[in-house]
Design a protein around this ligand. Sequence first.
Ligand SMILES: [Zn+2]
Length: 307
Amino acid sequence: MQYPILGIDIGATTVKYALLQDTGVLTSKGTQRIRAASNAEFISQLQEIVSLDAFQDARTVGIGSPGPLDLEKGTIISSANLPAIKDCAIVGELQNSFPKKAFRLDNDANAATLGARFFGKAKDKTDFALFTLGTGVGGGCFWQNQLVRGYRGNAFEVGHIPVAAFSEKNERQGRLCGCGNYGCAETYASATGIQNSYKNLTGASLTAKEIGQRARSGDSHAIEAFNLAGHVLGLVAATITQTLNLTDFILTGGVAASEDLLRPAFERAFLDHTLPVFHALLSFVFTEGDEDAGIFGAAALFLEKIQ
Ligand SMILES: [Zn+2]
């Protein structure tokens, strides 16, 4: 691989970028507020970033973005946080503007998974799953030393695993998710899910962080909201383990900082819903992750061997 690699991390409101050097250090870091009143405006912002003087030597540019994406076409299909963005052909447009550079785009959870594999808590692991716990729940899976992408690159949407959708009477079950279905994991296990659990129990609208503080002071409803989130995440992890025989899980993002509140219910649900043959060598790592994780992940898109 030719260093430096330019990593661009598209977030909800900001875009962060830096050069990854062969020493594993990030240089020339920057952050901008996203300007995306239209596809054209957002593309020109990305063009400006790539053309900064500091990035002239970077021949490779990795971009991590919230999905859904079309990886074949190199487009952002739509974005919950950037409503004006629709079928935005960022790879094609950037490639036209910078023909000597190579671009790769992938969703932010896949990028985070590669970042963890090459720079983070999963360094040198060949098989693990990663959950990103924020306003939604995302995920990525490294399996047999390769990122699992699926048919169009949208594999491992763990937040939409239907943990609570089943009823023998065929009635609709579970909470309504942003994706339009009912009973998805993220309606319980995301920051928004935790807020809704607490609101259902008490009527009060607090942030997940505030609910965490209340839980630590003994508020039983706050504890229950986190128990529910931990339980649901444990069910998701159990589903994945029973499918792939994975032993290593990394839970990252703002909500994962509440390991003390999530882990007991997570472990209990995992153990209760997996066969004993899966209970050896388990590793569950909770980490808030640092602010550069997305940039490392985007740059790591060029470190993965695509077979
Ligand atoms: Zn959903």
